[in-house]
Design a protein. Structure first.
Length: 132
């Protein structure tokens, strides 16, 4: 059981959830622990010992964090960090399925950044009070 990868997985998910949820520490800690020790990770990733999957699972939260920050802020420093993480973990792209997985995940993160429905679509309607 490689502890450095599992620690990166848990810490990355903690940071990702901390950014999404806010200042609460309880749910990000629980989410990080679950991401480390959920049955899929235990059986499919660690038991089969497939290196590309281990690296993908450890790096995916960090890719999501810096991709979304770059999309929201538009600062090139965020893009540089995203590209550095991608180049260091380029081993994950050895399997085509993981290449598709990463980009579909990043597209799902990008959609809310470019479609702020709360501000534009529902501004005129007073009867619809959506909290997106």
């Amino acid at each position: 059981f490689p502890s450095h990868d599992s620690w990166l997985m848990g810490f990355g998910m903690y940071l990702f959830l901390r950014e999404k949820i806010g200042q609460s520490k309880t749910f990000p800690i629980l989410g990080g622990l679950f991401y480390m020790f959920n049955p899929y990770m235990m059986i499919s990733v660690w038991h089969r010992f497939i290196h590309t999957t281990m690296i993908l699972a450890a790096v995916l939260p960090f890719l999501a964090i810096f991709w979304e920050r770059w999309m929201r802020e538009g600062r090139t420093g965020r893009l540089v960090v995203f590209l550095l993480i991608t180049s260091v973990s380029s081993y994950i792209f050895g399997t085509f399925a993981y290449l598709v997985t990463v980009w579909i995940f990043l597209i799902f993160i990008t959609i809310p950044v470019f479609l702020p429905m709360k501000n534009k679509l529902f501004k005129k309607s007073k009867s619809c009070d959506f909290d997106l």
